[in-house]
Design a binder for this molecule. Structure first.
Ligand code: ZN
Length: 412
């Protein structure tokens, strides 16, 4: 057994067994001067230090008056690729260009080429390094998408790497098939044929081999329109996959309405979604996944309407959108800071969106996302005394220890 003692503020995020909406987003269930008791991989007791009985022969970890939170749950990442686009960034910096669709396309081509050329083992080693960045930033679960292979074999290769990160206990992963991220070069001018390949081969194989739980589509004019997106998602549903979508990032193309129509679990990005789109998400109880670091990364100021979504009682989620195509971060504290400053979310709302609400959006709400008896002991000890510092001090590596299922997987 393991006891974490001396937590100045323990953010339990305890509450109803469902995602949080409206004013509930501000309820972190803070216990001051708290202790957490862990048996194996699960939490068995939580409370004020004078109320939790620590058994003899129990290991202890002294949080020394620091803040303790659930591990962050990052519900939108693209972590398996070869070829970060850092060199191109130097040129872009000088001429001040934004990351528009043509920049995305040239980045995609290069990344797809290098990801195809990499072996599964090479990709695994790269992805393991990325996983360590996530752990260092306090993230213990990532939703991880394929989408840089764009052939049947290369998409499955990426999904196998995502599964291996989880089975080897490096980080928890929730796999999403994202073959519909872009039609590859060899299908230029024949997008219909690529959509058919996704529908007829990729989705059935990913589902049959149990390599994906969700299917995602980049729904944007010129990439996959409403019609193609709907067909792909119908195939995903038939194959038993849940639905997540990239929608309304660069234009309002009624992606939010399609997410609602298709019964998507999440609609992600939503930077250009209008109030009618928000209303349709609300009616279908789709969770919005907001990605402020992606807005920053593409040199835009067009942040999603987080306050409008909170007022509409949507169960808002925050995620990093970690990816190689534009400047990017694996850091959920950075995202929390951006959300607080640029989208006017409070620190408490941001933390709820990055933990318990994210867990529910991945179908893991019963297991992770809060510090409650029975849940997995995915816990982070941060080098601060007040949880609001997580949003206030940006660019600081807050986590001192990250625990995954009761095991220390990162310490500094
Ligand atoms: Zn994305």
């Amino acid at each position: 057994m393991l006891a974490i003692t001396g937590c100045s503020q323990l953010l339990t995020l305890r509450g109803p067994a469902r995602p949080r909406i409206g004013a509930e987003l501000r309820e972190l269930g803070v216990i001051e001067n708290a202790t957490v008791l862990i048996d194996g991989e699960r939490i068995v007791a939580v409370g004020p230090s004078n109320g939790v009985k620590i058994p003899a022969a129990c290991e202890t970890m002294d949080a020394s008056g620091r803040v303790v939170t659930p591990g962050f749950v990052d519900a939108h990442t693209h972590p398996v690729f070869a070829g970060l686009r850092a060199a191109g960034f130097e040129e872009r910096g000088a001429d001040g260009e934004a990351f528009d669709m043509s920049a995305r396309w040239s980045g995609m081509r290069a990344t797809v080429r290098r990801t195809r050329a990499a072996s599964e083992q090479q990709l695994f080693e790269i992805a393991r390094r990325h996983a360590q960045w996530f752990l260092r930033c306090g993230t213990t679960t990532i939703e991880a998408k394929s989408g840089f292979g764009l052939t049947v074999a290369d998409e499955l290769k990426q999904l196998k790497v995502i599964r291996r990160l989880d089975t080897e206990g490096i980080i928890r992963t929730v796999p999403t098939f994202f073959g519909a991220s872009e039609a590859p070069d060899e299908y230029r001018g024949r997008p219909r044929e690529y959509t058919d390949l996704v529908i007829r081969e990729m989705i059935p194989k990913a589902a049959a081999q149990k390599l994906a739980e969700y299917c995602d589509v980049f729904c944007e004019p010129g990439v996959f329109g409403i019609l193609e997106s709907r067909q792909i998602l119908q195939a995903a549903r038939t194959a038993g996959l849940g639905i997540r979508m990239h929608v309304d990032q660069l234009s309002d193309s009624n992606g939010a309405a399609l997410a609602a129509e298709m019964g998507a679990v999440t609609a992600d990005h939503l930077e250009c979604t209008d109030s009618a789109g928000i209303a349709s998400l609300c009616a279908a109880r789709v969770q919005p996944v907001l990605l402020p670091a992606s807005v920053y990364g593409i040199r835009s100021q067009n942040y999603a309407d987080a306050r409008g979504m909170i007022e509409a009682e949507l169960a808002i989620v925050l995620a990093t959108d970690f990816n190689p195509l534009s400047p990017s971060t694996p850091s959920m504290p950075m995202v929390i800071s951006l959300a607080a400053n640029e989208m006017r979310m409070t620190p408490a709302e941001s933390i709820t969106a990055a933990t318990v609400n994210a867990a529910y959006s991945l179908g893991r709400g019963g297991q992770i996302g809060s510090i409650e008896p029975g849940k997995l002991a995915d816990i982070v000890i941060h080098d601060c005394r007040d949880y609001r510092e997580l949003a206030y001090l940006f660019g600081v590596e807050h986590p001192v220890h990250t625990l995954l299922g009761g095991r220390v997987v990162h310490s500094r």
